[in-house]
Design a protein around this ligand. Sequence first.
Ligand SMILES: Nc1ncnc2c1ncn2[C@@H]1O[C@H](COP(=O)(O)OP(=O)(O)OP(=O)(O)O)[C@@H](O)[C@H]1O
Ligand SMILES: [Mg+2]
Length: 494
Amino acid sequence: MNAPHPPKLPLRLPLNWDNQFHQLGAAFYTQIAPQPLPEPYWVGRSPSAAALLGLDAQALAAPELLQALSGNLPLSGSQPLASVYSGHQFGSWAGQLGDGRAILLGEANGWEIQLKGSGLTPYSRMGDGRAVLRSSIREFLCSEAMFGLGIPTTRALCVSGSDQPVARELLETAAVVTRLAPSFIRFGHFEHFASRRQHAELKTLADFVIDRFYPDCRSTPTLDGNVYASWLQAVVQRTAVMVAHWQAVGFCHGVMNTDNMSILGLTLDYGPFAFLDVFDPGHICNHSDPHGRYAFDQQPEIAHWNLYALANALLPLIGRPALAEQALDSFEPTFKRSYQQLMAAKLGLQAAEGDEQLPVLIRDTLAMLAQDRVDYSIFWRRLSHARVSGPFEPVRDLFIDRVGFDTWLLRYQELCAQSEKGPEANLMLKVNPKYVLRNYLGENAIEAARHKDFSGVANLLTLLLAPYDEHPAFEALAGLPPDWASQISISCSS
Ligand SMILES: Nc1ncnc2c1ncn2[C@@H]1O[C@H](COP(=O)(O)OP(=O)(O)OP(=O)(O)O)[C@@H](O)[C@H]1O
Ligand SMILES: [Mg+2]
């Protein structure tokens, strides 16, 4: 028989722990330590995310940190817990869910540190508490890619892997992603307490979020000075801005359940997501979504629907349904304004209030891309180069309907002439990324990582953290995807 392992001293890191979520009390979580991941190895690390905690690349690479973030060594100052939440999944009430495979270590230097895939919790239901290498690499890279693109998101510090087998459709191996966010609280946390009529806890949680992240709502005169309605409105606006970014960059989330909606308007839970290759407005990235509830062009409406579910949960605090409705009404104008600004920037044009030509040009541009199934990111990048230094041929080459393109180009150039003096043209290369995390790029890095070659993950991370820059050594990764890319199928299984 093996001798029992001697107890290990906790790892001390130069972090200021202040575990505020833990201080909320036992109604909100269950204390539970992460389950050890056997013989972990590094899969990827983000020095950019580490800097948020004040850790340099050397501290991030420490073998003790690998052990701590894989559940094999306690972290001094942490108070691990799994939080409880509920939610609507695919439009239906799903009841209690909770962190079934995520464990919050605590809050250090203002960032919550959470492990995803770190073992069973009381909320694991039928699951095994684990995440697989494939989905963990995807989450790691996409979190950092969204940050690189300037889109509100949770961050990812690192991924550790193990040869421990995990059963999904096929046998895969386990991995843990360490995520960072100011808070991982979701719409579903509020729905949980509202559905159980636990109004005291509902208020405690709302006050916690307002005081920490939305303090202005305490003193704003809008919505009759109703703090909770003003706060709802602020969440509505942040969410609308986040989704406007998704639509502008061509990001499809794939599982916009209310338990995957951050109360801070951050992109949360990178599962079957995709960046569009060809522009297909009805694109469904989630193989487990046959009816396309979460199709690309449905995302704004679904975000609004999710906010409606949140508003319902907050009604006991707001008191007057009319105020909640008013707060919800700000979704559409906020989304529209934000989307138009982002698209105007992509076109290198100024977005002026009341301009009627711009929305029409945006609509027609997208219709033209959809008709010829043009690659979304490459179109914008080539357009940026053409606008800055010409010629337009490389853009024209993307289209089958050249006459249609020429007609469009005339209109576009007329509008450009009106704002020729502005800085917008040069800024196009700073808003139209050269590198996006296409599914096939992720697949290639994952396949190499399965054979313990993690260079693909590291290279992608470098590109995705600076997606607007030229990276001559990686020119090929900015090109059109190979034919097999359109056959990739990503399910919810992760
Ligand atoms: N392998 C698993 N073991 C235990 N629980 C799981 C597992 N996979 C998913 N869950 C739980 O199922 C619910 C819905 O899962 P979903 O895929 O939205 O989230 P997730 O990817 O696990 O995590 P997160 O939303 O924290 O990024 C959540 O409560 C989640 O914790
Ligand atoms: Mg989730």
